[in-house]
Design a protein around this ligand. Structure first.
Ligand code: PAF
Length: 325
């Protein structure tokens, strides 16, 4: 342990004795992500680590467990709930089985651009979602960015929903994402991340993800067609174990929250600045990009999703109505 002071040492002993299944040392933060260095989550996690370690003068350390080394996103969330790891940077999709309110921000075609996404996620509606996560044992700190999701596949050019019919598309472990691709006529196949081998071997025809994924995971090697559908704005939710977080001194809670918010601001900007170069890269690598698909036709096909059971819980429906206003 570096410069840990007497206060933190005593507090550490108290917390270690008083919590039931804690990740041993409350000041050695364990943070899980399923992606590899260079990915959107990892940029967020690394920036957070730097800020927390510097600001706390070494009282806190952050160890990043990346590349799904401690499990897929569902498993990381379960470990955070149990308190065996402290934090995660998790995609909105898999979160919706833990708290259906998250389906609201993953609603297709909800946000038209980054400004609107930032305004809502950083405002009272975003706060309502973060607060709601407490009922399932998470402290929601803030949203960083995955990005607008786009379809890719190895079979054919897609400019409208008719060409999606029958494509075997990998989706995240999320009832909403499955429903979206069902409504579009695809054959959605839920699968945890990563999925390069499944795409390469043809177990699935396609997937949908933001532009950074194409670059970091080199999907241009195995996917010929890309369609800029931007069908879902996908946030990453930065979460902590509620018990762990609540047991920390108030000043440390502030330090951790501020470090996460600042890191998220940095990461979103960084992600957006790189998108043009990523698009140029996939074209240069030979992908065929449909950059002006029939978005209205896609939108019409998914318009009925808000009436599905997925959105019928009153608090979920209420928030969706307010978001759609
Ligand atoms: O498709 C997914 O599982 C997610 O978008 C990913 C790639 C893990 C990034 O959050």
């Amino acid at each position: 342990m570096k410069k840990i002071g007497l206060f933190h040492l005593i507090l550490m002993l108290v917390l270690m004795i008083s919590t039931t299944a804690p990740a041993a040392n409350p000041f050695a933060i364990k943070l899980g992500v399923v992606t590899k260095p260079g990915a959107a989550q990892n940029i967020m996690a690394e920036k957070f680590k730097k800020r927390v370690e510097a600001r706390s003068d070494g009282a806190y350390t952050v160890k990043i467990f990346h590349s799904a080394s401690i499990g897929n996103e569902t498993e990381i969330l379960q470990q955070i709930q149990m308190g065996t790891i402290h934090m995660g940077v998790i995609t909105g999709g898999p979160f919706d089985t833990f708290d259906p309110i998250v389906r609201v921000i993953n609603y297709p075609f909800l946000f038209k651009d980054h400004d609107q996404a930032d305004r809502i996620l950083d405002g009272p509606l975003g706060d309502e979602i973060l607060k709601s996560l407490e009922t399932s044992g998470f402290k929601g700190l803030c949203f960083s960015e995955n990005g607008f999701r786009n379809l890719t596949n190895s079979k054919r050019a897609v400019t409208g929903p008719d060409q999606v019919k029958g494509l075997k598309i990998r989706v995240m472990s999320s009832a909403l994402h499955k429903a979206i691709w069902q409504a579009l006529g695809a054959n959605p196949t839920p699968m945890p991340w990563p999925i390069y081998t499944e795409l390469e071997q043809g177990v699935i025809d396609g997937q949908e993800n933001p532009l950074w994924v194409m670059e970091v995971y080199k999907f241009y090697e195995i996917q010929k067609f890309m369609t800029l559908t931007r069908h879902v704005y996908s946030p990453h939710i930065n979460v902590a174990s509620l018990n762990w977080f609540n047991g920390l001194p108030a000043a440390d809670q502030t330090l951790i929250t501020e470090a996460a918010v600042e890191a998220a601001r940095f990461q979103r900007k960084d992600n957006r600045e790189k998108n043009a170069a990523r698009l140029a890269l996939v074209r240069e690598k030979g992908m065929q990009v449909a950059d002006d698909p029939d978005v209205d036709a896609f939108r019409k096909r998914v318009a009925g999703l808000k009436d599905l059971d997925l959105y019928q819980a009153p608090r979920v429906q209420d928030l969706l109505i307010r978001m759609l206003e």
